[in-house]
Design a protein around this ligand. Structure first.
Ligand SMILES: Nc1nc2c(ncn2[C@@H]2O[C@H](COP(=O)(O)OP(=O)(O)OP(=O)(O)O)[C@@H](O)[C@H]2O)c(=O)[nH]1
Ligand SMILES: [Mg+2]
Length: 413
């Protein structure tokens, strides 16, 4: 057990975790950051070395007694567990400790709830919270809260638990419907961009890596930057003109974290579709962290969960101003400082190379009856010039290899 400094007026929290791998230690450090971000004061940390989670109490029963003593002795208001707890575990632990008990998921959801600004973000967080709550509405007070069952009630024998459950389910349905509408709008926007042939570059990465700082450095977007977790929730898209004059859309996204709650990923799927449909991903990595490799893996795993496959990725190692020696890097691994605007030229160069790597200027002659091909070219390529001749339309366009191949019958010198 480890005692830390304390301060009045804020909720005093004790963190509890199970340690079975070195990564769990990092994860506990992160839990501390999360607790601070949520506004709690961490007055103690308690860990137990074991390989499995106890089904009933998460930690062993003896350890739980020790924890109870610690909680009472230190006057803790709140105990935070480093893994998602089941309804049964929550109930059992609360019964013993008699203070508020929350888990890592709930803590992250709480931070998200505090940070959400856009209508979509707020709805998504609420959805995640309800989905988290639904299977945890266990037991407590179930017997006592049986409704009267007379006129005007929802039927004899229905318990408070069932009413709550139904209420939550209805609310979930209502939110899903609203989100579906927002999603339609988003799809339209994406469709428009695609038609205009504007490539999308999405900035992804672990929370606090410097994604928003990078977007700001490139576009003067003034996106909120903070040395806390999950500063950004809503994807911010900005038009950006590359040095060659070609336009791309840069999208800043919500940061990832270890044990990112599944419900949250689900709820944020539609905003994260920006990532799924991007033409290129910039994976921003905080190069100063000891557990950098682990964090890279976490991000790659979340990307996989989102169904991102085959999208080119450039690793952008950030915060090199804090390094003594800066590695050289290559086309896939760029070293920058977003804050000090170091290395951005090189980054833009590789972005440009990657996105337009196989585009070339091609002339097509399309007979006037080839409207399908005409529309295809207009939608998929950047048409530079159109001329009307006797034989048809002469189109000069910047096209990718596959498109040229597909329309090879119409290519002219
Ligand atoms: N020293 C240094 N700090 C940086 C650099 N880039 C970003 N930071 C700092 O890192 C912290 C996080 O930056 P953000 O841009 O908010 O990070 P983010 O990845 O958008 O974080 P979330 O939105 O919370 O996921 C801030 O305190 C930044 O000032 C850099 O190049 N060098
Ligand atoms: Mg951010």
């Amino acid at each position: 057990m480890e005692e830390l400094n304390r301060n009045e007026n804020v909720e005093k929290a004790i963190l509890v975790g199970i340690i079975s791998t070195p990564e769990d230690e990092e994860s506990m450090e992160e839990l501390k950051e999360l607790a601070l971000t949520a506004g709690a004061e961490v007055i103690g940390v308690m860990t137990q070395k074991r390989n499995t989670i106890d089904k009933a109490h998460y930690i062993g029963k003896g350890k739980l007694k020790e924890l109870k003593f610690f909680v009472e002795n230190q006057g803790a208001d709140l105990v935070i567990f480093n893994d998602e707890l089941t309804g049964v575990q929550l109930k059992n632990i609360e019964e013993v400790l008699k203070v508020k008990v929350i888990d890592r998921t709930n803590l992250i959801l709480d931070i998200f709830a505090k940070r959400a600004r856009s209508r979509e973000g707020i709805l998504q967080v609420e959805l995640a919270q309800l989905r988290y709550r639904l299977p945890r509405l266990v037991g407590l007070g179930e017997q006592l809260s049986r409704l009267g069952g007379g006129i005007g009630t929802r039927g004899p024998g229905e318990t408070k638990l069932e009413t709550d459950r139904r209420h939550i389910k209805n609310r979930i349905k209502a939110i899903e419907k609203k989100l579906e509408e927002i999603k339609k709008h988003r799809n339209l926007q994406r469709e428009r961009r695609r038609k205009n042939q504007i490539p999308v570059v999405a900035i992804v990465g672990y929370t606090n890596a410097g994604k928003s700082t990078l977007l700001n450095a490139l576009t003067n977007a003034e996106v909120y930057v903070e040395d806390k977790l999950f500063a950004t929730l809503d994807p911010t898209a900005r038009r950006f003109i590359l040095p060659s004059g070609r336009e791309v859309i840069l999208v800043d996204t919500v940061g990832f974290i270890r044990k990112l709650p599944h419900d949250l990923v689900e709820a944020f799927k539609s905003t994260l579709e920006e990532v799924k449909y991007a033409d290129l991903l910039l994976h921003v990595i905080d190069v100063t962290l000891a557990d950098m490799e682990e964090k890279i893996k976490v991000v790659e795993k979340v990307l996989l969960d989102l169904g991102v496959m085959g999208t080119p990725i450039i690793n952008v190692f950030n915060k090199i101003d804090l390094l003594d020696v800066v590695p050289k890097g290559n086309e896939r691994n760029i070293y920058i400082s977003a804050k000090n605007k170091i290395g951005l030229d090189k980054l833009l160069e590789v972005i440009e190379e990657e996105i337009f790597k196989d585009a070339e200027i091609v002339n097509f002659l399309l007979p006037y009856d080839k409207t399908k091909e005409y529309n295809y070219l207009k939608e998929k390529t950047k048409v530079v010039e159109e001329k009307f001749s006797e034989k048809g339309i002469i189109i000069k366009a910047e096209v990718q290899k596959e498109i040229k191949e597909r329309l090879k019958d119409f290519v002219i010198a």
